[in-house]
Design a protein around this ligand. Structure first.
Ligand code: PEP
Length: 253
């Protein structure tokens, strides 16, 4: 494990209800209390942010799945950083693959969201990753590089302390298929090289890069044992308290 503190996030997507979200949050908070060596956040659906926030403790950060970059105004259905902060949110995903490929967000919008999150003092988890056809065409590193450079445009070196990159190959998300630890490590090392080019070796060496894509208790330790993998962003397995806690413990070492 590297000197970077690993970080595990649970992305609940459009799942749970008020009752089950609170129960899940309580279970995760209880299981993480007293665990050191790992940072944990959960991203409930927007309507349950305050419910979940009240069920968490200091061991788990409240995070959001998305935001809108404008401060206020006529943006029906959108949520500002100030609204998130009002709910106790401290971190937010930007550019999740479902936002990119289901909802249709592009790099320019994702960059605005990432900068808005950072300007509001939040931790931004910028998600990148290639689709299957891009992988098959040998474009994995080029796609990651393009998404990183575009997503971080205008982000200052100081702000990089509050940036986490989540490398999530799209073909591995929710499919049960996982990148091999060696393939994931290779992609992470290339992403770190892009960060080095952008911000220098010190900042690149301190930036955490999570892996995401069908992480489960059985593959977590091997993935997190790779030198450039600093924890994971977890979808399906984050909806079951015991499964998620097993993954958290695998990262805590
Ligand atoms: C995700 O939603 O970011 C994710 C990685 O999902 P899953 O773990 O279900 O593949």
């Amino acid at each position: 494990m590297s000197k970077r503190r690993p970080i595990i996030g649970g992305n609940w997507k459009m799942n749970t209800n008020a009752e089950s979200a609170v129960a899940l949050a309580r279970g995760v908070a209880d299981g993480c209390a007293g665990l050191s060596g790992v940072e944990v956040f959960v991203c409930p659906p927007f309507p349950y942010l305050t419910h979940v926030g009240s069920a968490l403790n200091n061991a788990v950060m409240l995070a959001a799945q998305d935001l809108y970059h404008e401060p206020d105004g006529a943006f029906t259905g959108e949520i500002s950083t100030a609204m998130l902060a009002d709910c106790g949110v401290r971190a937010v995903l930007t550019g999740h693959s479902e936002r990119r490929h289901v909802i249709g967000e592009g790099d320019a919008l994702i960059n605005k969201k990432t900068r808005a999150a950072l300007n509001a003092g939040l931790l931004a988890v910028l998600c990148v990753g290639e689709k299957l056809d891009q992988r098959d065409a040998g474009e994995t590193d080029a796609v990651n590089e393009r998404q990183i450079r575009a997503g971080l445009a205008g982000v200052t070196p100081d702000q990089m302390a509050r940036v986490v990159i989540a490398y999530e190959p799209v073909w591995a998300i929710g499919t049960g298929k996982t990148a091999t630890p060696a393939d994931a490590q290779d992609a992470h090392a290339k992403i770190r090289a892009v960060l080095t080019d952008l911000y220098g070796p010190e900042i690149a060496g301190a930036t955490r890069i999570q892996y995401g894509g069908s992480v489960k208790a059985s593959n977590a330790a091997e993935l997190f044992g790779q030198p450039d993998i600093d924890g994971g962003l977890i979808g399906g397995a984050s909806l079951k308290t015991a499964d998620f806690l097993d993954i958290v413990r695998a990262a805590a070492g």
